[in-house]
Design a binder for this molecule. Structure first.
Ligand SMILES: NC(=O)c1ccc[n+]([C@@H]2O[C@H](COP(=O)([O-])OP(=O)(O)OC[C@H]3O[C@@H](n4cnc5c(N)ncnc54)[C@H](OP(=O)(O)O)[C@@H]3O)[C@@H](O)[C@H]2O)c1
Length: 260
């Protein structure tokens, strides 16, 4: 049996950092993205960088055209893993529909259900299939990449905030129901993470870190990956827990006002 971590949405940004952390630690990796070409490219990059671990990439869409969870793609992926003797002992739910610019009086309801569909229902469907195999194989670890927006709102992101709040309820429910099978379920709550969006909008992001976070810095993908690694590799007696990785942003009430 080949044991592996499964990281969703890992062709770009934080997902890449999580894959790289686990691969550096010697773990085999299964990862997904929605676009087959991007998945093939990422697989090649990972294989070149980490020749001593096995890398498996799958193109997975989260929802069908009518907005239902695409269970067929998921079942095909898990059937393929089973056939090849690959057991996902660690699941990292990183992919998310960011639900940007969602205006209450402008966006149709279908935009809201799309975001919640991907971030909540689809993630639940992945957990269900992965947890069944973990139960059969003596346990495992599931980590949600959540967000501090589960607690503190930002403008025009209602569906996203709803989905991240719901994920925490789901995380606790799964932790309770799966604990008896040796499956631990936890969440990492980043604040802002440096991604390619920073490079595209440098002026917007320039002023953000120091005024809104006690540490004056913003998380890198590696900071998030280290927190995931903690849950996966070091937190044997921890389940249902939240680890905030936001430079202290959540505990700060007002922006820091510059002295001059
Ligand atoms: N960036 C931040 O500042 C920040 C802050 C707090 C929390 N987070 C959380 O951290 C995680 C990673 O963030 P990120 O900024 O690195 O993510 P990202 O670059 O916005 O997206 C990560 C992946 O999610 C996939 N994805 C997007 N919409 C999807 C959908 N509807 N169905 C399935 N997959 C979808 C994309 O896959 P494709 O490659 O197929 O497009 C993408 O590669 C997310 O859970 C996010 O909510 C991020």
């Amino acid at each position: 049996m080949i044991r592996a971590v499964f990281v969703t949405g890992a062709c770009v940004n934080t997902g890449v950092a999580i894959v790289e952390k686990f691969a550096e630690e010697g773990c085999n990796v299964v990862f997904s993205g929605r676009n087959a070409d991007k998945v093939a490219e990422a697989k090649q990059r990972y294989e070149k960088k980490f020749p001593s671990v096995k890398i498996f990439g799958y193109a997975l869409s989260s929802l069908t055209g009518s907005g239902e969870v695409d269970e067929k793609s998921l079942d095909e992926m898990f059937a393929d893993l089973d056939e090849n003797g690959i057991f996902i002992d660690t699941l990292v739910l990183n992919a998310a529909d960011q639900g940007l610019n969602m205006k209450i009086f402008e966006n149709p309801l279908s935009d809201f259900t799309r975001v919640v569909g991907a971030n909540v229902f689809w993630n639940y469907a992945i957990c269900e299939r992965a947890a069944l195999r973990m139960k059969q194989n003596g346990g495992g670890s599931i980590t949600f990449i959540n967000s501090n927006t589960a607690y503190r709102a930002i403008p025009d992101r209602i569906a996203y905030e709803t989905s991240k709040g719901a994920q925490l309820g789901m995380m606790r429910g799964l932790a309770l129901d799966l604990g008896k099978y040796g499956i631990r379920v936890n969440a990492v709550l980043p604040g802002m993470i440096i991604t390619d969006r920073w490079e595209k909008n440098p002026d917007f992001y320039k002023s953000v870190p120091s005024r809104y976070t006690p540490l004056g810095s913003v998380a890198t993908g590696r900071d998030v990956a280290d927190a995931v690694w903690y849950f996966a590799a070091h937190a044997a007696n921890t389940t249902g827990a939240e680890l905030v990785v936001d430079g202290g942003n959540t505990i700060q009430l007002y922006p820091i006002i510059p002295k001059e």
